[in-house]
Ligand binder design. Structure first.
Ligand SMILES: N[C@@H](CCC(=O)N[C@@H](CS)C(=O)NCC(=O)O)C(=O)O
Length: 235
């Protein structure tokens, strides 16, 4: 049995936009592990019921099923210690836990508030009502209202990334000279936005812009080659 990743897909099944699945895909590429993906939609509950929960990523490695991007990353590190490390050792892994929680709250929270409404037209028809209702519940208001005023909102988002920016002034990646899982965490969220939204989150003179470009080139341009809404709408 090979390796299989249940990967969130849009109306066009080539559009794979989950930030958490992107973290895992970058981690698998980093470990140089071959894998296949299964396109999954929000309403395909039954397809992943075997995993005991209702979210992707769901990763299967032979007999093993692992869910949650952080758990998958640590599983890969433990199971494939002879492959390039995702954390640079136990201390690195412990510190990267902070990056995971910062990435989920500040980067994911910040970007979601700017682009969540842009996700909808990319979704399979059958997913739309569920996505809108669940995200409106999350934000406590209609999605159009969530992103209203985002031209101003993006300034606060950019400022919130100062801790990362300060690090990237000294080194090309959060991991140092080369990317580590600490890079894949925030990058997965930027890649989500890139797949589904035209809204520009960063300014071209931002060191984070250059970092994002470098990340897009990693692993033979894995993320850059991914199909985006732009590629689909312009044919
Ligand atoms: N903490 C989880 C979060 C996973 C998650 O929220 N996945 C989203 C897709 S990006 C999902 O499957 N959501 C299902 C739903 O909202 O019903 C991780 O790091 O993997």
């Amino acid at each position: 049995m090979g390796r299989l990743l249940y990967d969130l897909a849009g109306a066009d099944e080539r559009l794979r936009f989950s930030p958490y699945c992107w973290r895992v895909k970058m981690a698998l590429a980093h470990k140089r592990l071959a894998f296949e993906t299964v396109p999954w939609r929000f309403t395909d509950r039954d397809a992943i019921a075997f995993s005991g929960q209702s979210k992707v990523p769901v990763f299967m490695d032979g007999e093993h099923t692992v869910t949650d991007s952080w758990a998958i990353a640590t599983y890969l590190e433990d199971t494939y210690p002879d492959r390039p490390s995702l954390f640079g050792g136990p201390g690195g892994q412990a510190v990267t836990r902070f990056m995971n929680s910062w990435g989920d709250r500040i980067v994911m929270g910040g970007i979601a508030a700017l682009i969540v409404a842009d996700v909808v037209p990319n979704l399979a028809e059958r997913d739309r009502d569920y996505f809108i209702a669940s995200r409106e519940k999350m934000f406590g208001k209609p999605l159009d209202e969530v992103i209203a005023g985002r031209d101003d909102g993006v300034k606060a988002f950019r400022a919130s990334l100062d801790p990362m920016r300060a690090v990237l002034r000294h080194q090309p990646f959060m991991g140092g000279a080369h990317p580590l899982y600490a890079d894949y965490i925030p990058f997965g969220v930027f890649q989500w936005a890139r797949c589904v939204s035209a809204f520009e989150l960063l300014a071209p003179d931002d060191p984070l812009w250059t970092w994002r470009e470098r990340m897009l080139d990693q692993h033979d341009g894995l993320a850059r080659k991914a199909i985006t809404r732009e590629a689909i709408t312009t044919g």
